[in-house]
Ligand binder design. Structure first.
Ligand SMILES: [Zn+2]
Length: 136
């Protein structure tokens, strides 16, 4: 990181998807409360938003499709930072199969396999992003 460049919040930097030209659809989807992930039209498999190709059939052309937003918790960690509030980060398994990283809402008793549902946070500044929380 270049000197003088402002440090983004920890949660935006570690483990989560960042807009990089290939993930525009993901962030545009998040802004519209839709969880967009990658899908291989050739073999029907689903992949994380930052996947770049299908290891099953070898195609590098993955389409975008909307996921249900249902997931289960695989692993989690709390990222501490001097400049931002602690950011719980989760690795979740989506109902469609792929694993992806995302923010975790304040879950009282996180455990492997905990059912989660995606919702979306729309900050005043910066990108909308998915937040995984316990279903109501
Ligand atoms: Zn494929």
């Amino acid at each position: 990181m270049a000197a003088g460049e402002p440090s983004p919040p920890t949660g935006a930097r570690i483990g989560t998807v960042r807009r990089d030209g290939r993930t525009d659809v993901f962030f545009d989807g998040a802004a519209a409360d839709r969880l967009m992930i990658r899908r291989c039209e050739s073999c029907g498999r689903w992949f994380a938003p930052d996947a770049s190709g299908c290891p099953e059939c070898g195609t590098e052309e993955l389409d975008w499709a909307e996921a249900s937003g249902e997931a289960v918790l695989v692993s989690w960690a709390v990222a501490h930072s001097r400049t931002a509030d602690p950011a719980p980060l989760a690795l979740v398994e989506l109902a469609e199969g792929p694993w992806m990283y995302g923010r975790l809402d304040a879950v009282a008793a996180p455990r492997e396999g905990l059912p989660l549902q995606v919702c979306f946070v729309h900050p005043d500044e910066g990108e909308s992003y998915p937040l995984f929380k316990e279903p109501a």
